[in-house]
Design a protein around this ligand. Sequence first.
Ligand code: SAM
Length: 221
Amino acid sequence: MAETDPYRNGREEMVEFQIRARGVRDKRVLAAMRKVPRHLFVPKDWERAAYEDRPLPIGEGQTISQPYIVAVMTEQLDLSPEDRVLEIGTGSGYQAAILAELAGTVISIERLPDIADRARQNFARAGVTGVKVVVGDGTEGYPPEAPYDAIIVTAASPTIPEPLVEQLAEGGRLIAPVGPRECQDLVKLVKHESRVETIPLGGVCFVPLIGQFGWRGEEGP
Ligand code: SAM
């Protein structure tokens, strides 16, 4: 059969050399990263760079995250097919498309309406169904569909927004970049009956999470 995806080899190499070689082992995560066509989630001018080992611009000062970081955050969520997942920061929609391969329900909140529209177009182009995109301030979570088995925050805030911890189910996992404006610590929370366990996962650099329980504006908290 004729090869129709010119980026298939690039995607295989991305998984092998950027992701598996750095220690991501979850077979379902690796399969999702092999399957989802990342080049359909970046602006046309950046398409040839889609499988490089770095974040890329998607407009309005926002980015699609580095593939390795997407894989690590997804692996840490430890998803099951029935899980309900909330993503804060839809951006290109790529991370949500990966989540949709692994979980039952994916809701993704984006603050900027134009970015949300583009993500919806990207889902249509890539044939991704089952992601609900909501425009709003994701630092408040999304109470109508709470609680969530997993919450992933893909923009950085000074502290973890409290509404997100409240909307996490028992046994739920939350992953978020937390710390200063430029670069942060990736932090995982696991909610147990009477306490929240905090696990540090290393350094990352994300664009700011702007909202009531994040950074308050372009200039600071
Ligand atoms: N997950 C994205 C992807 O796969 O392309 C990358 C997300 S990008 C690094 C961060 C996104 O978070 C931006 O699109 C930005 O507009 C959005 N954002 C920032 N603050 C937000 C908030 N309070 N609520 C929802 N989205 C927010």
